[in-house]
Ligand binder design. Structure first.
Ligand code: SAM
Length: 271
């Protein structure tokens, strides 16, 4: 497993370059991209095997077969660490299940680079990958993120970053701290830090260009102010999932930290 640069070729390690030059086969997401990387590194062409979300199942078996024949196989993704919002995890699992050895050559990953650049708490954090694009899955994810006490890191596409920041301001309040890291390690690298309303003000509504990571501060004790409407929405959601009034109240108390008496009153009093 070899990490490759997320934008700046200078971030390739000596070990990655030497290993890519030495292996018999490279499993990669995109043959053109990896072919170009080899060329930029001054390495000769070599056999490539496509491992993407559609092919990883079969490709993983092929990797195991090649290793059992004595071949050395490298796995890279288009950028960053394979297996992080990229193919690779299934292949690692398959190789380990076949009792074959896996060696990791660590390299850059946008998640850690953005987390550190954010200036927000790094001691405990969660990575959400890409948020669901719409529907209930997204609203549930946003609700969980709003009450998460650890720093939350997620990837976002340029098309959706503005809308996602608006959604975060709605569920977390406009004063929650956030950092939006764009084009890390590249020419137009930029990290916009501030409250959600400040960062929304800087980035605007339009779809900006580039690759983005959003790093959101965890919910502090006072970071979320729960209105009666917020609490009712949560109660309704738990009831819709089949919870009794008592269980819904307990779940909302747990999520919000709001005192039970107030949640219970809302649950029983109605609007
Ligand atoms: N495996 C990669 C890693 O280790 O970071 C992530 C691959 S994922 C398909 C691509 C997403 O990662 C982008 O949409 C963006 O959210 C984030 N990303 C990758 N490179 C980036 C960069 N240079 N600057 C900011 N975000 C980046």
């Amino acid at each position: 497993m070899i990490g490759t640069p997320i934008g700046n070729l200078g971030d390739i390690t000596d070990r990655a370059r030497d290993t890519l030059g030495a292996v018999d086969l490279i499993a990669c997401e995109d043959t053109r991209r990896t072919g170009r990387l080899l060329q930029l590194l001054g390495l000769d062409k070599k056999p490539l095997l496509v491992v993407n979300e559609h092919t990883e199942h079969q490709a993983a078996s092929e990797v195991v077969r090649r290793i059992s024949e004595g071949a050395s196989v490298a796995l890279v993704s288009d950028a960053g660490m394979p297996g992080i919002s990229d193919p690779g995890q299934r292949t690692i699992r398959t190789v380990l299940d076949a009792d074959q050895a896996v060696e990791i050559l660590p390299g850059p990953t946008a998640l850690i680079t953005a987390l550190v650049a954010s200036g927000l708490a790094t001691g405990r954090f969660v990575f959400e990958g890409f948020l669901a694009r719409k529907g209930r899955e997204r609203s549930e994810q946003l609700d969980q993120i709003a009450v998460e006490r650890r720093t939350v890191v997620f990837y976002e596409s340029p098309k959706r970053v503005a809308a996602t920041l608006q959604d975060l301001a709605r569920v977390c309040g406009e004063d929650r701290e956030v950092a939006v890291a764009r084009e890390l390690t590249k020419l137009h690298e930029e990290v916009v830090r501030g409250t959600l309303s400040e960062v929304i003000g800087v980035l605007g509504d339009a779809s900006p260009r580039g690759e983005f990571v959003v790093v959101l501060a965890g919910a502090g004790d006072t970071a979320v102010t729960w209105t009666d409407d917020d609490l009712r929405t949560r109660l309704d959601r738990h009831r819709a999932d089949g919870a009794s009034t008592r269980d819904a109240v307990l779940a909302v108390v747990e999520e919000s930290g709001v005192e039970k008496r107030r949640v219970y009153a809302l649950a029983t009093r109605g609007p």
